[in-house]
Design a protein around this ligand. Structure first.
Ligand code: GLP
Length: 245
């Protein structure tokens, strides 16, 4: 695991965007594993800027997203499909047919999950996987639990995640209680993993992720075992590690 500290959020986004731009330039048909949440928004904006300046071509790029809420349609402005369209896909020359987000409206979630794993496999796996991190250490929606789930699966969100995500919804009742998420096994199979974290609220969980025990109670800690995992933080998200040095 390699830690890259930036002075602030903007600088961190620029660095991560450069990494993704290099990946796309070197391999135009790359499979990008993509994430939602507020953290990657600035990184996507940097990619859009590079595209608009004529420095990036998404025409052959393929994407797989980590997760989706159960019960939200793609045109619901809180769905992760909507987020991706709005923050990236609609703003660059990607072929939407090459973009994949689990279908949170699937009548048979188990079949949807199995089909999603097939899609990832048929593309030859993920070249570079972007991750944010939940306050409880979740990646995608792999919540702390007794084991590391391997495949894409249906998950009951924890109270802490439901509370954290409530800020995006008008009322507590509207916050989805379940999601479909790529498993830890698929994330770990990505050739390169890039985790981003910003702000003081993430400082303790970043410390536990990098220097605590590898445990499914902190799902992101499994990345200690990945051969090419980069953790990008700003100074605030670095502050607990810095204080221990
Ligand atoms: C959600 C997403 C995660 C994301 C997390 C953190 O739970 N499923 O992929 O990492 O939120 O979000 P934020 O970046 O807004 O802190």
């Amino acid at each position: 695991m390699k830690l890259i500290v930036s002075k602030d959020y903007a600088e961190m986004c620029q660095k991560v965007a450069r990494l993704f731009a290099a990946q796309i330039t070197l391999k135009p048909a790359s499979v990008l594993g993509l994430a939602t949440g507020s953290t990657p928004v600035g990184m996507y904006a940097e990619l859009v800027t590079k595209y608009k300046e004529g420095r990036l071509d998404f025409s052959a790029v393929r994407t797989v997203n980590l997760d989706e809420y159960v019960g939200l349609t793609g045109d619901n402005d809180q769905s992760y499909r909507y987020f991706m369209n709005h923050n990236l896909f609609d703003l660059v020359n990607i072929d939407k047919a090459n973009t994949h987000v689990p279908n949170g409206m699937a009548a048979d979630p188990a079949a949807e999950c199995a089909a999603y794993d097939q899609v990832v496999e048929s593309m030859g796996g993920v070249d570079i996987q972007l991750l944010g991190i939940g306050n409880n250490g979740h990646i995608g929606f792999n919540e702390p639990c007794g084991h590391f789930p391997v495949d894409t699966h249906l998950v009951d969100l924890t109270e802490s995640t439901i509370t954290a995500n409530a800020r995006f919804f008008a009322t507590m009742d509207e916050v989805p209680r379940q999601a479909l998420t790529m498993g830890i096994g698929t994330i770990m199979k990505a050739k390169k993993v890039v985790l981003m974290a910003s702000g003081k609220a993430k400082a303790q969980i970043i410390r536990d992720t990098m220097f605590g025990p590898v445990t499914p109670n902190v799902p992101a800690s499994v990345l200690q075992l990945h051969p090419d995992a980069l953790v990008f933080v700003d100074e605030e998200a670095y502050s607990v590690i810095a204080a221990e040095k």
